[in-house]
Ligand binder design. Structure first.
Ligand SMILES: CCCCC/C=C\C/C=C\C/C=C\C/C=C\CCCC(=O)SCCNC(=O)CCNC(=O)[C@H](O)C(C)(C)COP(=O)(O)OP(=O)(O)OC[C@H]1O[C@@H](n2cnc3c(N)ncnc32)[C@H](O)[C@@H]1OP(=O)(O)O
Length: 184
């Protein structure tokens, strides 16, 4: 992976501490928002990524490139593949049960990905330093041990839940996150 210093954990970064409320090994993650482009069941043209965690610390998902994901004829659009990486990386940091947003996403495209290909996605956290989380992901062609077509490295920043209320749609947030209170 051609990774910049911005997505490389600095000396002293700590390993992630998973949260007891997160799914245990072998569990499904579910969608964090029904209209999310990456994972939402109600998104009409979304990626509909559904992930599991094999070990409580990383996530795995299978994503099949469809007709609506093309860039060049018959080939996946690079931005769609980056979205899939962003999604599984976001799912992996949500295992900590703290809200984070993507600050930086670096993607290496190693192989063309034809329509109809199933990419086996995996994401994991490489370290935490203050509000910064360092994460990686890969997409392998055809099988979990298949050739790597896409790799990503990311910097996510921890935010308060008010980030989503202040900048986004508070009613939609509260409808699906009943535990969210304004001015708790
Ligand atoms: C109804 C929905 C509910 C959702 C919420 C519910 C629960 C949470 C959910 C679950 C999630 C589960 C799955 C998620 C799946 C997919 C995830 C997709 C994630 C996304 O797709 S999310 C959208 C795209 N994302 C954004 O929309 C971010 C826009 N942005 C900002 O909101 C600010 O920019 C922010 C907050 C990032 C920082 O702002 P800030 O003011 O808080 O902090 P500040 O700027 O001081 O940065 C602090 C330190 O980070 C360094 N830093 C910052 N940015 C950097 C960069 N780009 N490169 C290198 N370093 C950077 C600084 O240099 C400083 O470093 P230092 O401390 O060393 O000086």
């Amino acid at each position: 992976m051609t990774r910049s210093t911005l997505t490389t954990p600095p000396p002293g970064a700590e390993p992630p501490k998973t949260h007891p409320d997160g799914p245990s090994a072998g569990g499904s993650l579910g969608s964090h928002f029904s209209r999310c482009f990456g994972c939402g069941d109600d998104h009409p043209t979304g990626l509909h990524i559904a992930a599991v965690t094999p070990d409580g610390a990383s996530v795995e998902a299978a994503f099949t490139v469809g007709e609506s994901h093309q860039g060049a004829p018959g080939l996946a659009h690079g931005g769609v593949l980056a979205s899939a990486m962003d999604e599984v990386i976001g799912m992996s940091i949500w295992l900590l049960r703290k809200p984070y947003v993507t600050a930086r996403l670096e993607t290496d495209y190693l192989l063309p990905v034809p329509v109809g290909t199933t990419l086996h996605l995996r994401a994991w956290c490489t370290g935490i330093a203050g509000r910064k989380a360092y994460l990686e992901a890969e997409g392998r062609v055809g099988a979990p041990g298949g050739p790597v077509a896409v790799r990503a490295a990311a910097l996510f920043i921890e935010v308060d839940m008010t980030h989503f209320a202040e900048h986004g749609d508070l009613a939609a947030l509260q409808a699906e996150h009943q535990d969210y209170e304004v001015n708790p």
